[in-house]
Design a binder for this molecule. Sequence first.
Ligand code: PEP
Length: 257
Amino acid sequence: MRKLFIAGNWKMNLTLAKSVDLATGLKQNFPAATSAQVALIPAFVHLAAVRQIIQDTPMALGAQDVYFEKPGAFTGEVSTEMLKELGVKYVLVGHSERRHILGETDPLLNKKLRAAINAGLTAILCVGETIEQRKANRTEVVVGEQLTRDLAQVPNEALDAGHLVIAYEPVWAIGTGLTATPAQAQEVHAFIRGELRRLFGSDRADRIQIQYGGSAKKANAAELLAQPDIDGLLVGGASLIVEEFIAMVRAAKEVKK
Ligand code: PEP
């Protein structure tokens, strides 16, 4: 049985004071005895402050990106060592904003993903199709290629140690208010599960959590989480609101599969 995993991607939002307020609000309202796995993913510059607040809670810390090289002359980049020193456990790789706005390619994402998991971090690999690709019936081709390319040469030991999570995030649903229906999301999640089986075998594939992301909010969380292959949510906008994010954590606690 896979644990449900709710992660909040704060993106390039919030001042330091507002990040502290949000983390504090989440801590104060965090439901007791939740079985869900939860992570907060603030901007790099707010990681240390958020860590201070959540270190004695069940919430873990994530980063929005990482560079694949060892420490050295890479101005502006952040290494796996730096993240680990700050208590970071998860790192997003291939968020659609990094693919489509910042031009990150599959070969680069593969290097980042392998560097993260080889360093003992857990990579959350984001995959998903644009609206044009969906309309052209290319969703499975696009997502299949992203998985095959981004997951090349991932060692089995890293999978056995639970260092890989996949997030299916249809680009057309991110930040748009449009959500994939539970059936649409489940269809792609089942496809992703099949691809993971092809790449890593059934036992390993069946242990990998696949989150859904794309305008997830408290109003649709329970229905999405009830789908057999949806193992959590990667939440953008709604993760900035205490009541919304906590409601999603509660939904994960209550959902029956
Ligand atoms: C995201 O950024 O990963 C995301 C899913 O954003 P939103 O929930 O705002 O669509």
